[in-house]
Design a protein around this ligand. Structure first.
Ligand SMILES: Cc1cc2nc3c(=O)[nH]c(=O)nc-3n(C[C@H](O)[C@H](O)[C@H](O)COP(=O)(O)OP(=O)(O)OC[C@H]3O[C@@H](n4cnc5c(N)ncnc54)[C@H](O)[C@@H]3O)c2cc1C
Length: 473
């Protein structure tokens, strides 16, 4: 027996004693879905997939791995668009899937909070809130698969950020396991708590590099009784911003979502899913949704549309009359990412710029790319009501991925934007983060990483190139 075989056998025996058969996946075939990302672009083999059911088991698994310097890749629904949730080659590692930790531990309808374990699917949390006439407002196309631990670890955004904020704004407390296996219990339901450092903020958006989230107390919102959804054809992104002003003037903070969709994105959705806008159009589109507990939304939405049409900021528009019509309008937006996947490889950019710079960013990035490359197709869409643009490149030019990233991100930097608005860094954008983040901020991030994970066992090679080689402590 070789040394490496006996080390591997000892690791499996130790994991088995913690997790039993039900909590351990070992065969190559059964492990493969955990080892490749949603886009089929990233991944590497793992030694094992651990599927703990309790926080104590998570803690024990971390101790087993820490003692042997085995890295751990935490995984939720594996819907990351940044290659964050799967192993990358270069270090002995296991995947730690939280999907068996799926209890909703408590709901408080008066305080409007919920305590949910990391593996609860986002849609399940939304449904549980709805049963109490409440709302968990984080929402996006992958909500049927992504999990609470994943959305917290990516600080997910989605369609309602404009009104309700990012996931960070919805987390009141966390339970987590640190790199030495210790459990930090912080499942409070307090809206005000200035007693010392707010450590949970470090784990939110850390993409599994600083600790493992095992449960969270979540802040719910009142469920609006009325909702209205409209779809408009707009001449260009400048007009979309003018429309945002009309909508804000009429609907105020009832606006929950304001999405921009390019003609090429609509064309892809039609090509791959047969979904068409409700009117004949070749132009950009905006999808607006407003929600409130008081009535009057329809009059306000109609007034906003009239203002936009009269000013020439929209050429046509419809207001959904039924929930089914609203769902059909949303389907046009929600199928864009999958339609892109069906079109082949793409170079994805998930950027944010100040809202008033969105048209300039789209124009500048488009011309910079066309000047630099032939044979590319741009698919642009996003949550522009909060400054977030998905600016994706398809076509033959995708082979020049690194160069394309640099061209787009230089334009982002020129507009004082961010190279990741909501999807995170994962393994996809590590070198871009190192290039664009200020050195003083990178130094601070490395200091935090070394303090919380001195042996670099949590998701190594993700987010931060922390100056250590991948296999080093
Ligand atoms: C079709 C589609 C549409 C999408 N739309 C949006 C969108 O609008 N907005 C948006 O923000 N994102 C979007 N995403 C990206 C993705 O769904 C989110 O990032 C989501 O939050 C990831 O959740 P998950 O459970 O799948 O996490 P995973 O993909 O499993 O993991 C994501 C990251 O979190 C870490 N992690 C997971 N669980 C834990 C845990 N318990 N503790 C510590 N670390 C953990 C992983 O290591 C990884 O780094 C979309 C994805 C798809 C496929």
């Amino acid at each position: 027996m070789t040394d490496s075989t006996s080390t591997y056998d000892a690791l499996l025996a130790a994991l088995h004693s913690v997790l039993g058969d039900a909590g351990l996946v070992l065969t190559g075939e059964a492990m493969s879905p955990y080892c490749v990302d949603w886009r089929g672009e990233f991944g590497a083999p793992a030694l094992a997939v651990a599927r703990p059911k309790t926080v104590d088991q998570v803690s024990a698994v971390v101790r087993v791995c820490a003692e042997r310097n085995i890295a751990i890749v935490p995984q939720g629904g594996n819907t990351s668009l940044a290659g964050g949730a799967v192993p990358i080659a270069g270090r002995a590692q296991i995947v730690l899937s939280l999907s068996r930790m799926k209890a909703i531990r408590a709901i408080d309808p008066v305080g409007m909070t919920m305590t949910a374990e990391a593996g609860v699917v986002l849609e399940t949390v939304q449904e549980a809130a709805r049963e109490h006439e409440l709302l968990f407002p984080i929402s996006f196309a992958a909500q049927g698969s992504s999990q609470i631990g994943g959305i917290i670890s990516t600080n997910a955004g989605g369609i309602n950020v404009l009104r309700y904020g990012m996931t960070r704004q919805r987390v009141l407390g966390l339970e987590a396991v640190l790199a030495d296996g210790s459990i930090v219990e912080g499942l409070r339901h307090l809206h005000k708590d200035n007693a010392g450092y707010d450590w949970k903020q470090l784990l939110i958006g850390a993409e599994g590099t600083l600790g493992i989230v095992t449960a969270a107390s979540l802040r719910l919102a009142p469920r609006p009784k009325h909702k209205i959804t409209a779809f408009l054809a707009v001449p260009d992104p400048e007009s979309a911003l003018a429309l945002l002003r009309h909508a804000t003037a009429q609907l105020g903070d009832a606006i929950a979502a304001f999405e921009l969709i390019s003609p090429s994105a609509l064309a892809l959705v039609k090509q791959h899913f047969g979904l068409k806008p409700p009117m004949e159009m070749q132009s950009w589109a905006v999808l607006i949704e407003a929600a409130a507990s008081l009535s009057g939304l329809r009059d306000a939405m109609e007034a906003a549309l009239t203002m936009a049409l009269e000013a020439g900021d929209a050429s046509d528009g419809v207001i959904a009359e039924t929930e089914a019509q609203a769902a059909a309008l949303w389907a046009l937006r929600e199928h864009v990412t999958e339609a892109e996947l069906k079109s082949g490889r793409s170079v994805k950019h998930d950027v944010s710029v100040p809202i008033n710079r969105i048209p300039d960013f789209i124009r500048d990035a488009t011309s910079a790319l066309h000047n630099a490359f032939d044979g590319l197709q741009l698919v642009v869409f996003g949550h522009v009501g909060d400054g977030n643009v998905h600016f994706n490149v398809l076509g033959a030019a995708v082979e020049a991925k690194a160069a394309i990233n640099r061209v787009v991100h230089d334009v982002v930097a020129g507009h004082q934007g961010s190279i990741s608005a909501e999807h995170g860094i994962g393994s996809y954008r590590v070198s871009e983060l190192a290039h664009y983040k200020q050195p003083s901020q990178l130094t601070l991030m490395r200091t935090l990483k070394r303090a919380l994970d001195p042996s670099n066992i949590f998701n190594p090679g993700k987010v931060l190139n922390d100056g250590r080689s991948f296999s080093e402590k």
